[in-house]
Design a binder for this molecule. Structure first.
Ligand SMILES: Cc1cc2nc3c(=O)[nH]c(=O)nc-3n(C[C@H](O)[C@H](O)[C@H](O)COP(=O)(O)O)c2cc1C
Length: 368
């Protein structure tokens, strides 16, 4: 199981794993794929520095990537205090009432209050890139479009490849025009920020439109080896998977909530919803009493990015600490319906490879 892109990176399998967990990212890399660590939650560059030092020494010298959430145009930024002042009282009151109704306890007296995920402010995302370049990732991926051209050039000068997610063909074309090396074609069934077009439609459309100008990784709804075989059949050079790793055993031991993992294992493929309540931009989340409350007739409209995340930051922290599988605020894709347990990464990789080989055999037999 290999592709020219996997060979170029020197990885055994063309399996790219987006994960917020360093333990999962490192385990995927050690198992022959490429672990890609999501950096958006690191408001403090010193903390990210420490985490990447850990990655450097826990990946057996094999390649890994980092993922930032950087807007293409550098916006005017206020401080988090200025931004908080822009949140309407009606929204704050709604969040507070819903948490009370759902029985989510307040934070303990000595808990550090989360200021909100600021990683999608340009200045913070730039600090992630600067820190990453002092370590040894081989790939920087960006969630919110092409990175600014200067940032891509900064990464290229340091020998890194740059990837960007695309939920529409016009975004994929713009990425390549902006100097991005690898396009991640992410269909609407994906967890997290997502467009509307399904992976089955989007991947061949983007492969055709790029016509060899850049390799394409397929994302969204890929959870097993048959799906990896399908996207490679469509011309992708690998699979970029996120939701599948949420139930990795290593995540549960590295800050991932066990209640969230329990809820994901119990969920079906119909138990996600695409909504703006997480960040202000459409993102697919696990359905729970929290998403239901925001879908009710009396709920206010979510605020634009980054205000919505600042609004719900402490709520996310409270929900996470409450460990109630019925009240979860978690990005998750439709593939969660196929997750049937909390499994170590190496076992999952072995299973994906075996399923891939069986799928390729089935395809080969159709040529007889
Ligand atoms: C919990 C979670 C958080 C995510 N956060 C990010 C992020 O910060 N940056 C990013 O580029 N993609 C993010 N994504 C999207 C993944 O990179 C990936 O494209 C997506 O999970 C693929 O679809 P799948 O969930 O069906 O595997 C996230 C996905 C999940 C499930």
């Amino acid at each position: 199981m290999t592709t020219p892109l996997a060979e170029q990176f020197g990885i055994e399998y063309p399996i790219f794993a987006f994960t917020p967990s360093k333990a999962v990212a490192a385990a995927v890399t050690r198992a022959g794929g490429m672990g890609v660590l999501g950096c958006v939650r690191y408001n403090d560059p010193a903390e990210l520095d420490e985490v990447l030092t850990w990655m450097d020494s826990n990946t057996d010298g094999k390649p890994y990537g980092v993922d930032v959430v950087m807007p293409n145009k550098v916006p005017t930024e206020g401080s988090s205090m200025d931004l908080s002042a822009m949140i309407p009282a009606e929204h704050t009151a709604f969040v507070s009432r819903v948490l009370d109704d759902l029985g989510v306890p307040p934070l303990g007296e000595d808990a550090a209050h989360n200021a909100g995920v600021l990683g999608w402010l340009h200045s913070v995302a730039q600090s992630h890139v600067d820190v990453a370049l002092t370590h040894r990732p081989v790939l920087i991926a960006n969630a919110l479009g092409s990175p600014p051209v200067e940032v891509t050039e900064q990464c290229h000068a340091a020998g890194l490849k740059v990837a960007a997610l695309a939920g529409a063909t016009k975004h994929a074309l713009a990425h390549v025009d902006n100097g991005v090396d690898i396009v991640i074609a992410q269909g609407g069934e994906a967890g997290g920020h997502t467009g509307e077009v399904a992976t089955m439609v989007l991947v061949p459309e983007i492969v055709r439109a790029l016509d060899g100008r850049a390799p394409v990784l397929a994302a969204g709804g890929i959870g097993d080896g048959t799906q990896v075989a399908a996207v490679i059949g469509m011309g992708a050079q690998g699979a970029w998977m996120g939701s599948r790793w949420l139930t990795a055993a290593e995540y549960g031991d590295d800050g991932g909530s066990k209640a969230m993992q329990q809820a994901l294992v119990a969920a079906t493929s119909r138990d996600t919803v695409r909504t703006r309540i997480y960040s202000g931009k459409p993102a697919r989340l696990l359905k729970s009493k929290w998403t239901e409350a925001w879908a009710a007739a009396d709920a206010p409209d979510p605020l634009p990015m980054p205000l919505q995340n600042i609004l719900v930051a402490e709520a996310h922290q409270r929900i996470s600490e409450a460990q109630d599988p019925d009240v979860v605020a978690m990005p998750a894709g439709q593939i969660i319906g196929s997750l049937d347990g909390v499994v170590p990464v190496a076992e999952t990789m072995t299973q994906i490879v075996a399923e891939y080989e069986a799928a390729v055999e089935r395809l080969r037999s159709t040529l007889a």
